[in-house]
Design a protein. Structure first.
Length: 446
């Protein structure tokens, strides 16, 4: 290898190490040493995943520190910081080393504690209250008796972690009026918790199944590709992905879910090539992770053509399109087709449409269903039709359920349609026995 390439490779490795250290620092609050909001959400996702997998519960405690505004008025921000640092050190000293500690604003602390039984939640709340109720900060100049409001929620899976924090914060007005800590048991029924545990195990063990739903050419009626949909099969019946995706998001399992569905789709394509092209839903997390490595390895292993694989990307407002561009541009260059999923959904912005070279754009079913009666939806489709001509991508209508809507679509330059009117999903139950190889170059979360 030429000397300049050796140098560049070494420098790249050094930069990647420095970036990893910087990312780690960005997850920690410098005043308390707790996780900041970003770090706490990541850690909470992983802890919820572990508890669900092992059959534990999680006690999530919100600790609000009262009276800091008065301190800041007299002693400034530095006085507030001294109190927060003091309280944080006290909690770290007396809580268990594996309890998660986070802060999302200067007067809000979070404590996540794994427990075996829901009844332990009240004892956790009482213990934390006892740790802080008689606590006084006193440095000779500033004396501050610590006063707090406590809320403890007992969880087992359920809502995404960011939503859980938001829901808990909304309980603060009620909790401030209570003399004791407010303890809330999770709203999920035992049946829902049991279902979540089963789905979780199916995801981490690679035991989900897939279903195929056709997308058709509107003018000819011929099938142009099949979308691969995740399904969970149990003794009670088959559960669609829409039922368990909120839990998947809350537990941070999108990459695990996408990875196994992609592999099952490729194996199905190899075993039954007559199904033609397949479209697989891919999350931004997987794109930014090991999608390219997995995909290229499996394509070679299974002797498939990249042209037969459509990657359906469902962007999130939290992921800038430019962060996805290098990865997606590389995959497009390798011969894979790119499809923007659910345009018209609230989480998909115009920048996603503009900044990435899509082959297809799927129009969210909400716009399609309102096509006959809603002028705004018709204007949106007209705008997309102009964009398609300008950018050179094809439009795919989702959730087409009536013949009159199918006929109307041709007026807007929409090429393909998908929905119950065009063909219902067909479950392929034997795919639950197809399991992807163990991940290489990364670890599985949870």
């Amino acid at each position: 290898m030429p000397e300049d390439q050796v140098f560049l490779k070494k420098r790249l490795a050094e930069c990647e190490e420095e970036l990893a250290r910087t990312r780690e620092l960005l997850l920690i609050d410098p005043i308390t040493g707790f996780f900041n909001e970003r770090g706490f959400l990541r850690a909470l996702n992983a802890e919820m995943s572990r508890c669900l997998r092992e059959g534990y519960f999680l006690a999530l405690t919100l600790l609000e520190i009262q009276g800091l505004e008065a301190v800041e008025g007299v002693f400034g921000v530095f006085g507030v910081q001294k109190i927060l640092s003091f309280l944080a050190e006290h909690l770290k000293k007396h809580l268990r080393v594996y309890d998660l500690l986070g802060t999302t604003s200067r007067n809000i602390f979070w404590i996540a504690t794994p427990i075996k039984r829901t009844g332990e939640g009240a004892r956790i709340a009482q213990r934390i209250q006892e740790l802080v109720e008689d606590l006084v900060y006193d440095d000779g100049k500033l004396t501050f008796p610590v006063r707090t409001t406590l809320i403890t929620r007992v969880l087992c899976g359920g809502s995404p972690s960011a939503e859980l924090l938001h829901q808990t914060l909304k309980l603060l007005p009620k909790a401030r009026l209570a003399r004791e800590p407010l303890v809330i048991l999770g709203s999920e029924s035992p049946e829902q918790k049991s279902l979540e545990q089963k789905i979780f195990r199916a995801i981490v063990r690679g035991e989900l199944a897939v279903a195929l739903q056709p997308a058709v050419n509107i003018r000819t009626g011929k099938v142009v590709f099949h979308e691969v949909l995740a399904r969970f099969i149990s003794e009670e019946g088959t559960v669609s992905a829409g039922t368990f995706l909120p839990s998947v998001e809350g537990l941070g399992l999108f990459e695990d879910l996408d990875r196994q569905i992609l592999y099952k789709a490729l194996v199905l394509l190899r075993n039954t090539p007559e199904i033609g092209r397949v479209a697989v839903n891919i999350s931004p997390e997987y794109v930014l992770g090991n999608l390219a490595q997995d995909l290229l390895s499996w394509i070679r292993e299974l002797d498939l053509y990249p042209q037969d694989v459509i990657l359906e990307i469902h962007p999130k407002s939290t992921v800038p399109p430019l962060s996805l561009f290098p990865k997606l541009h590389f995959l497009k260059g390798e011969g894979f087709s790119l499809s923007l999923d659910k345009f018209g959904n609230e989480g998909v912005y115009l920048s996603f449409l503009r900044d990435i070279p899509w082959d297809m754009v799927k129009v969210d079913g909400g716009c399609i269903r309102g096509l006959i009666t809603n002028e705004f939806d018709r204007r949106v489709l007209g705008f997309l039709s102009d964009c398609a001509l300008l950018q050179g991508f094809k439009l795919v209508a989702e959730q087409v359920e009536e013949e009159r809507i199918l006929r109307e679509l041709t007026r807007y330059g929409i090429s393909y349609a998908q929905g119950f009117h065009c063909g219902e999903p067909e479950l392929i139950p034997e795919t639950r026995y197809v399991k992807p190889p163990g991940p290489t170059g990364h670890h599985r979360r949870g």
